[in-house]
Design a protein around this ligand. Structure first.
Ligand code: FAD
Length: 371
C-alpha cells in the first residue's frame, strides 16, 4: 500500500515527497505524466530559480535536476509517463495534488480568426526552444505584458525570432521596470496597451494579427502568455469544489481540501507563484499529511478566504495569504476572521497579474479592500 500518492513531479510535488520521506513516511510515490520529473522549470532555461527554498539562484533545468536527485536519494518512488485521470487509480492512505498551472491558450481566450500554425503559449514556446532547440518563427507578437510575457520576449530573441510587439488589454504593463528594460527595452519591442487581439489572420501559417483598435501587425508567430489557469481537471473529476475566479480547488490554511485524505498545493491552488513558493508549500504540507496518516483527524469545514473586488481571489501559500487584484488600483487590504481585524496593509498602488502576500495569519477568513 502506498502511504502518500503525489500527482505532479514539479517543485511542489517533489519537495513534499522529499520532506515526507525525511520525516519517516514509508512509501511515497510521485506520478508524473511527462517522461521526466521536474515540472515547468525543466523547460525554463533562464536563471531565477531556488531563492527562497535552496538559498541560491540557478536555472530552471538545474533546479529541476537538483530536486529530482534529492527526491531519488530520499527514497521517493517517481513514476514518470503516468498520467493520473481518476482518484480511483491512486490506492493510497493520502493523496497530494500538485498538478500545477498552465496558460490559457488562444481557444480559451475566444480569439476569433483563422486557425493557422504559429500560435503558441509561453509553455509550448519554451518546450520548442529549450527542450527541442527549434526555431519557432521570424516575427512574433506576444499577447500579455505580465512577468512571464517578458520572459517570452527573451526566449523568442534567443531562438532568433524578432518580436514585433507586445499587446495587453490593460492600461499599463504589469512587470517590474527593470525586467521590462532588460527584455522589451533591450530588444526595442513596443508595448501596445489598452488593446486586445481582434483577429488572427493566415491560412496555413500566421500572417498577421488585427488589434481591437484596427491596427494590423504582420507576424508569423503569436505567443499567448500568462492568464494562468490551474491544471485542475483531475481535482474537478474527483469532485473537489473550486474557487470561482482562480478555478483552483478550495483548501484551508493547512492545504486540506474538502475531501478527506486529499491535499492540494503549489500552483494548482495559487495560479501562479514562483517555484520556490511552491516548493515551500511542499515542505510545509508534510506535517499536515503526517497528522492525517497518524491521528486521522480532518477539519470539519474547509472554506475559501472570502474576497471583495478589486481582489480577485485569495489562497494559502507557505509564505502567507496570497492574492491578486484585477485592476490598477490604490488603497489598502484588510484581513479579518469575520469579526476581528487580523492585519492591515499600508495604502499603496496595486497591480493586476502580480503576486501579493499577507503574512501567515491564524484563521484568516476575509480580505477587503479600501480605496
Ligand atoms: C515561462 C516561465 C518562466 C518562469 N520563470 C520562473 C523563475 O524565473 N523563477 C521561479 O521561481 N519560477 C518561475 N516560473 C514559475 C515556476 O515554473 C512555477 O512556479 C513552478 O513550476 C510551479 O510548481 P508546481 O510544482 O506547482 O507545478 P509544475 O511545475 O507545473 O508541475 C506540475 C507537474 O504536474 C504534472 N501533472 C499535471 N497533471 C498531471 C496528472 N493528471 N498526472 C500526472 N502528472 C500531472 C505536470 O506534468 C507537471 O510536471 C516560470 C514559469 C514559466 C511558465
Amino acid at each position: 500500500m502506498i502511504d502518500v500518492a503525489i500527482v505532479g513531479a514539479g517543485p511542489a510535488g517533489l519537495s513534499a515527497a522529499i520532506e515526507l520521506r525525511r520525516r519517516g513516511v514509508g512509501r511515497v510515490v510521485v506520478f508524473e505524466r511527462e517522461l521526466f520529473a521536474g515540472g515547468i522549470p525543466r523547460h525554463s532555461a533562464h536563471l531565477g530559480y531556488g531563492a527562497r527554498d535552496m538559498h541560491r539562484i540557478t536555472t530552471g533545468p538545474r533546479y529541476a535536476a537538483l530536486l529530482t536527485r534529492r527526491a531519488e536519494k530520499a527514497g521517493v518512488e517517481i513514476e514518470v509517463g503516468r498520467s493520473v485521470t481518476d482518484f480511483a487509480q491512486l490506492s493510497a492512505r493520502a493523496v497530494l495534488l500538485a498538478t500545477g498551472v498552465r496558460e490559457r491558450p488562444r481557444s480559451a481566450r475566444l480569439v476569433p480568426g483563422d486557425r493557422p500554425a504559429g500560435v503558441l503559449t509561453t509553455g509550448s514556446l519554451q518546450q520548442f526552444a529549450t527542450l527541442h532547440h527549434q526555431r519557432v518563427g521570424n516575427r512574433a507578437v506576444v499577447v500579455g505584458a505580465e512577468h512571464v510575457s517578458f520572459s517570452a520576449v527573451l526566449t523568442l530573441a534567443h531562438t532568433g525570432c524578432r518580436v514585433a510587439a507586445m499587446v495587453t488589454a490593460l492600461p499599463h504593463h504589469q512587470t517590474y521596470p527593470l525586467l521590462r528594460l532588460a527584455t522589451a527595452g533591450r530588444h526595442r519591442v513596443p508595448i501596445h496597451t489598452g488593446v486586445d487581439i481582434a483577429e488572427i489572420v493566415g491560412r496555413t501559417r500566421v500572417e498577421a494579427v488585427v488589434l481591437t483598435d484596427g491596427r494590423r501587425i504582420a507576424c508569423d508567430t503569436v505567443v499567448f502568455t500568462g492568464d494562468w489557469i490551474p491544471d485542475h481537471e483531475l481535482a474537478r473529476a474527483g469532485g473537489l469544489p473550486m474557487l470561482l475566479v482562480a478555478k483552483a480547488p478550495i483548501v484551508d490554511a493547512s492545504w486540506h481540501t474538502q475531501q478527506q485524505g486529499v491535499f492540494a498545493i503549489g500552483n494548482l491552488i495559487h495560479p501562479a507563484e514562483t517555484a520556490d513558493v511552491c516548493a515551500l508549500d511542499g515542505r510545509a504540507v508534510a506535517e499536515h499529511v503526517i497528522d492525517w496518516l497518524t491521528v486521522g483527524s480532518w477539519p470539519a469545514a474547509v472554506a475559501a478566504v472570502e474576497v471583495a473586488a478589486p481582489i480577485q481571489w485569495a489562497a494559502t501559500s507557505a509564505i502567507g495569504v496570497t492574492f491578486r487584484v484585477d485592476e490598477f488600483v490604490t488603497g489598502s487590504v484588510a484581513a479579518s476572521n469575520g469579526s476581528e481585524l487580523l492585519h492591515q496593509t499600508k495604502r499603496k498602488k496595486w497591480i493586476p497579474n502580480r503576486a501579493y502576500h499577507l503574512p501567515r495569519l491564524r484563521d484568516c477568513r476575509q480580505l477587503t479592500f479600501k480605496r
